[in-house]
Design a protein around this ligand. Structure first.
Ligand code: NAI
Length: 341
């Protein structure tokens, strides 16, 4: 991998931001463009932040990271180097120990991009799951043009339960409204726009008992860790299909595997899985990996797995790079910052 020294810091004014996990093939040029426009000096590091490369942040009030883990100990190392602001180029921020950062006097922010990329991808995973697309693609690749085992379902005949009706969940509901399926919503807080559209909010128990497809769009919190577990799976309809583009730990992988094995769960589309940290966004072709659940899930013919990339569109990449730097600028200039968490 390119060394941090090679990827180049540029002198662009007196404000400095150290960027970790900077991807040379898509983000670097955007960082350079927006760094110049905003008058920000950048240190671009291709690696995830760790105790060794934390020294790159010396003299930066702000660091800009991706979904690598930022536990208390690492946050403290950065605080020791004088970092006061951590921005993540993601919507979710459960990978950062926010409480520890706040205790250390630091501010944490995210950089939410538009919901369309993830919402489109969710609908694609729903369709792929109900139409058994993984099996179909595997067959065509080996010229197996048989039909047995790939009969699918139509959305108009199904009830879709959407858990979490924030920006992405609402866009998924909007996208699905054209398919003629019955829609149910669940959130801790009801949204007026959703209610006005005629989609009913129901209790979670009703989502479990009535939905043919369940799609997750809630952030991961202490309260909803493993919200899909052996007990909740047992309450679901036989053959239920589960799509997760939110966070892996919303689902207990063991319960999901058991549900698939028993046939209780008819299929899944997983853009995120538990314990994906350190795996995703790296080429591990030749490596022995220690995530057994991922290996098992990947192997099922009715489970489509992708590597946390629902966000990965031209629009989203541009927006996160721009807004993560804008947030740093607002912070340093003491202006109101819409992305603080
Ligand atoms: P948002 O903050 O706009 O909406 C989240 C919604 O979830 C809110 O309405 C909130 O009230 C609700 N919620 C919170 N806890 C809940 C619970 N226990 N049960 C039900 N609802 C609950 O967030 P947004 O932008 O819609 O993103 C949703 C999630 O999608 C993010 O937190 C992130 O984990 C995930 N995500 C995944 C991406 C990917 O590439 N796969 C990319 C972007 C986001």
């Amino acid at each position: 991998m390119e060394s941090c020294a090679d990827c180049g810091a540029e002198e662009r004014g007196n404000m400095k931001v150290t960027v970790y996990n900077c991807r040379a093939f898509d983000e670097k040029a955007l960082f350079e463009k927006y760094g110049k426009e905003l008058g920000i000096e950048l240190v671009l590091c291709p690696d995830a932040p760790d105790e060794e490369n934390a020294s790159l942040a010396q003299g930066s009030q702000c660091i800009d990271i991706l979904t690598s883990r930022m536990p208390e100990e690492l946050v403290a190392v950065f605080a020791g180097y004088g970092v006061k602001y951590i921005t993540t180029r993601t919507i979710g921020y459960d990978h950062i120990d926010v409480k520890a950062a706040k205790r250390l006097g630091m501010t944490v922010a995210n950089a939410p991009y538009g919901p369309c990329g993830v919402a489109d991808y969710t609908v694609m995973l729903i369709l792929m799951t109900i139409r058994k697309m993984k099996r179909i693609m595997e067959r065509t690749n080996i010229q197996d043009y048989s039909l047995k085992g790939i009969q699918g379902k139509e959305l108009k005949d199904l009830t879709v339960g959407v858990i979490g009706t924030g920006r992405i969940g609402r866009m998924v509901l909007q996208n699905l409204s054209g398919f003629g399926c019955k829609l149910l919503a669940y959130d801790l807080y009801e949204n007026e726009e959703v209610k006005a559209s005629g989609v009913p909010y129901v209790m979670l128990e009703e989502i479990w008992s009535q939905a043919d497809v369940i799609t997750l769009h809630a952030p991961l919190t202490d309260d909803n860790f493993h919200m899909i577990n052996a007990e909740t799976v047992s309450k679901m309809k036989d053959g239920v299909m589960i799509v997760n583009t939110a966070r892996g730990a919303l689902i207990d992988s063991e319960a999901l595997i058991s549900g698939i094995e028993s046939g209780k769960i008819g299929g899944a589309g997983l853009d995120v899985v538990e314990n994906e940290f350190g795996l995703y966004y790296y080429d591990h072709k030749s490596d022995i990996l220690n995530n057994r659940e991922l290996a098992v899930l990947r192997g099922f013919p009715n489970v489509t797995v992708s590597h946390h990339m629902a966000f990965y569109t031209d629009d989203c990449v541009n927006t996160v790079v721009r807004d993560s730097l804008m947030g740093c600028k607002y912070f340093v200039e003491g202006k109101e910052n819409p992305w603080e968490v």
